[in-house]
Design a protein around this ligand. Structure first.
Ligand SMILES: C[S@@+](CC[C@H](N)C(=O)[O-])C[C@H]1O[C@@H](n2cnc3c(N)ncnc32)[C@H](O)[C@@H]1O
Length: 251
């Protein structure tokens, strides 16, 4: 049984293959109901560095793609977290499929809340929801089952940034995404600067929108955000960043 609510119970999980850095990962996903890994998931795998013996937290694991990727790297242990019960169930199933369930534990809950007391990570992958509610839902990227980043897309990421210092080992690294134009990126970066002394932009990519997608986005974004969605060649596009944050500042 994959889910608790009616929609998830009537959905079929399907097996899809995803190419991440160094590993092809087959995952059971539910495209209609749950989050499906995308280009941003792949970009995280390109830039996250995992050293032998690292403890990795994958916060916002979805169906487990980056947690499984991290478990296939030379990490010692991976703890994955998601607030959607059906994501957690599929992430566990997917971890068994890849034979990494001995080193990957999945926790149901928000951010760091469900993790065992006292654990500190060498690497935190913080691929949590960072798209504002209206475009996230209107574009079909987030189903009603999956929480978005709230009204301006910042709610989950800024909370992650504020809490992360308590869960990073000395020298540890936090990776987090910023969707420029589809969230209030200034607010996210202000929180990032308040919380970390070192921020390095590791990914800076423009994602084209179809004409139909741009029309949807222009109907639901406030003008101050919409002006950051720019023309690149023949298409309008939004700008995706991924940052590596180190040297957390004391609270
Ligand atoms: C952009 S998706 C990424 C999922 C996955 N990393 C991937 O690449 O497929 C964001 C994920 O963050 C999760 N999320 C939303 N709010 C969260 C919270 N408060 N704590 C942890 N995860 C959260 C969502 O359920 C969703 O699975």
């Amino acid at each position: 049984m994959l889910g608790h609510d009616e929609k998830a119970e009537t959905e079929e999980a399907v097996l899809q293959s995803f190419k991440l850095k160094g590993h092809a990962i087959d995952l059971y996903v539910m495209p209609e109901a749950l989050f499906v890994p995308n280009a941003v998931s792949r970009l995280f795998s390109k830039i996250v560095e995992i050293r032998p013996g690292d403890l990795v937290f994958d916060v916002g694991t979805g169906t487990g793609v980056l947690a499984i990727w991290a478990a296939l790297e030379p990490s010692a242990r991976v703890c994955a977290v998601d607030p959607v019960a059906e994501h957690c169930e599929l992430a566990e199933q997917n971890a068994r499929l890849h034979g990494v369930d001995h080193k990957l534990d999945v926790f149901h809950g928000s951010l760091f809340d469900p993790l065992p007391e006292g654990l500190k990570a060498d690497v935190i992958i913080g691929d949590v929801s960072g798209i504002a509610d209206a475009p996230g839902k209107a574009l079909g990227w987030y189903s009603s089952e999956v929480p978005t980043g709230g009204g301006d897309g910042t709610e989950v990421i800024t909370e992650l940034l504020h809490q992360a210092h308590r869960y990073l080992a000395p020298g540890g690294k936090l990776y987090f995404p910023v969707a420029v134009g589809l969230s209030d990126d200034d607010k996210i970066m202000q929180a990032a600067r308040e919380c970390f002394a070192s921020l390095v932009r590791k990914v800076d990519v423009w994602f084209p929108l179809s004409d139909e997608e741009y029309e949807i986005v222009s109907c639901c974004l406030p003008p101050a955000l919409l002006e950051r969605v720019q023309r690149k060649g023949s298409r309008m596009a939004w700008n995706g960043h991924i940052y590596e944050a180190t040297e957390p500042k004391p609270a």
